[in-house]
Design a protein around this ligand. Sequence first.
Ligand SMILES: C[S@@+](CC[C@H](N)C(=O)[O-])C[C@H]1O[C@@H](n2cnc3c(N)ncnc32)[C@H](O)[C@@H]1O
Length: 212
Amino acid sequence: MQLWDFAALTYYRVLDRFSGTLNRLAIDELALRPGEAVLDIGCGTGALLPALAQAVGAQGRVVAMDVSPRMVAVARKRARRWPNVEVRQADACDTDHGAAEFDAAVALGAFSAMPDVPAAVANAADALKPGGRLFVFDVRLAKKTRATRFLRAAYRRVAGFSGADVVVELRRVFERVEPVFRVEGETTAVVVARKVTDTATGSACTPCRPAG
Ligand SMILES: C[S@@+](CC[C@H](N)C(=O)[O-])C[C@H]1O[C@@H](n2cnc3c(N)ncnc32)[C@H](O)[C@@H]1O
């Protein structure tokens, strides 16, 4: 069984109890409005889905996605009571979420667990409308400190950590990447990235993929 399928059965039930503060921060920073469309990348068991559904209201739309079938099964169960919440099983590194379909997106602890972070970040950017915002909470294990050395090796082994730094990859694609607050040692990132609109044409900064 894959790590994340296993996690869906076990520690996520526990972790869910502690994710409230982070989830509230994500909702506050995204400043979602009724009627907006929001994408939850690497949604896990869908702990954020009730808050996202509430923030965008009945006229809004929530799409959550995760690669793990068991995570998706739990998230779908949680989302049952909202007809405007859809949970997809897909690989965020290799998925077209829908070009410029979303006003906002969120990725909590998700990008660092993906094998191709640049592709996952570019796919997220492609999915956002001009002016769209992406809230990211993630570890920065690529930063070489004593504390991260062990964690990096362990996460590489158990979670497929590629060595990529999520913030560096976000900066390649998004013109504006602003910290919500700084964490000592910068081994954790809490940022909002914005898809900048071309002021001359009013169109989005496409292509979002970094050159080369
Ligand atoms: C640390 S968990 C975070 C889950 C959730 N965002 C939360 O905060 O509870 C990382 C999640 O990323 C998912 N994931 C890993 N690789 C993925 C990929 N290539 N595409 C989509 N999801 C992926 C895992 O299945 C897992 O649910």
